[in-house]
Design a binder for this molecule. Structure first.
Ligand code: GAR
Length: 198
């Protein structure tokens, strides 16, 4: 699992693994942010956790960092990469090394509101329903085949923080279900469409 932030989605998935609801193990947690909560949560659970400096760019990994991330993931023999609040766009060599095996969660109902602070974009746009999306990662930003989505209402009284909290709670339900389905061989991909077999 890769993340840059507090790691609440990591916690939801690690708890689901521990409870036997996901037929997998979290092999390693990597972060581009040394102080990220996700690293601390992983260490609390005795899961290997490593900070890898991201290099000179702000929104992507530089070449050396990309190589370091790929090596660490290969050394841990991972089958699936779960992005949980990893705030850098993955590029060429990284994507090629793990083609079709990277998933992400985004705090909007894609394809609406890709990019940063999606919950704020949704509120500013005036939508009445918001939510989150789990999707495969391809070369675009927030645009690979959609695995699952969960909706939440937008209330007239919402501020960005209250809507974000409601979306976060939905993420913690949706992401473990999607990862469990992938790990259990329960989905297949046909072009842009992801089919749930059961
Ligand atoms: C989540 O809301 C996730 O959807 C978002 O970062 C947050 C991470 O929270 N990801 C993106 O915006 C990616 N484009 P967490 O660290 O508590 O899991």
């Amino acid at each position: 699992m890769l993340g840059s932030g507090k790691g609440s989605n990591f916690v939801a998935i690690a708890d689901a693994v521990a409870a036997g609801r996901i037929p997998a193990e979290v092999a390693v947690v990597l972060s581009d942010v040394e102080s990220a909560g996700i690293l601390a949560h992983a260490r609390d659970r005795k899961i290997p956790a490593q900070y890898i400096p991201p290099g000179k760019f702000r929104t992507k990994l530089d070449e050396e960092a990309e190589r370091a991330f790929v090596s660490a993931l290969q050394a841990a023999k991972v089958d699936l990469i779960v992005l949980a609040g990893f705030m850098r766009v993955l590029k060429g060599d990284f994507l090629r090394a793990f083609e079709g095996r990277i998933v992400n969660i985004h705090p909007s109902l894609l394809p609406s509101f890709p990019g940063l602070e999606a919950w704020k974009q949704a509120l500013d746009h005036g939508v009445k329903v918001a939510g989150c999306t789990v999707h495969f990662v391809d070369a675009g930003v927030d645009c690979g085949p959609i695995i699952g989505q969960q909706t939440v209402p937008v209330l007239d009284t919402d501020k960005p923080e209250t809507l974000h909290q409601r979306i976060h709670a939905a993420e913690h339900e949706l992401y473990p279900k999607c990862v469990a389905a992938i790990a259990g061989g329960g989905i297949s991909v046909a072009g842009r469409r992801v089919i749930w077999k059961k």
